[in-house]
Design a protein around this ligand. Sequence first.
Ligand code: 13P
Ligand code: SF4
Length: 319
Amino acid sequence: PTEQLALKERIRALLIRNQAVLVAHYYVDAQLQELADETGGCVADSLEMARFGRDHPARTLVVAGVRFMGETAKILSPDKRVLMPDLDATCSLDLGCPADEFSAFCDAHPERTVVVYANTSAAVKARADWMVTSSIGLEIIAQLHAQGEKILWAPDRHLGQYIQQKTGADMLLWQGSCVVHDEFKGVELELLRAEHPHAKVLVHPESPAAVVAQADVVGSTTQLIAAAQTLDATEFIVATDLGILYKMRAAAPTKHFIAAPTAGNSATCKSCAYCPWMAMNGLANLADVLERGHNEIQIDAEIAARARVPIDRMLDFAA
Ligand code: 13P
Ligand code: SF4
């Protein structure tokens, strides 16, 4: 703890010295979320992280999250320096959607409007008409569907299926998934609900359909935290990365949160429902990156300019 306190003090001083602001996701270590809050940064979902980074006057953004979040920040603020504690912090959705294969998929379906999830590389975004996050994908695709457009969707198949079901849109789905949310299990969730009949179920839409079908609320991380705070219940079953519990408990201190079951849930499993890439962000590598200024996000200018178009469309829609 003394070591942690000293590291935190060092980071505070380095943020000031670098005129930097910390932009963190709810899944990163609670210590980093606390620091972001205390130093005028933000802790948010993907949409809010993008907006916060774009609008903040700091010269340096330090993104504590995964690679696509740092890339989105850089695309929206090409003149800012964007650093990340670990540039290898990727995402299974991004890894499962290589730009060349995705491009070939788009070429094979030129009549479709290309909508990609935020959890993709800059090169994949550069090929898209729209980028969406979990907080706004449903509304955007509902509008495109109302305009008569057919959709090519990538990469998360569960989120795609959920949106398809809700909107009735014609969607061709890339078959990617999130290694964390894919592990939540429908039958085990039913059993857990039977043990907690009054609990409300909060589900991130990257989860399988059998889990989403049992949700009281389906939404982005910010939307799930808001639901925990506003819903009239004392118990909640939570199907998303458990890093979110730090903010859920802060937002609703008298309420009780239970982790949704995964294949690996047992007394011996301490790391179920934790994203391995989010976990690559820590106090030590955050301090280090601020000290040395390495791990800067670099994106080819032409790709970045093209990738900005679908992101701006989403932000304009959300405004
Ligand atoms: P949110 O945009 O809902 O925070 O989701 C990001 C993510 O990676 C979920 O796994
Ligand atoms: Fe990607 Fe899943 Fe990790 Fe989110 S939780 S960053 S979707 S692997």
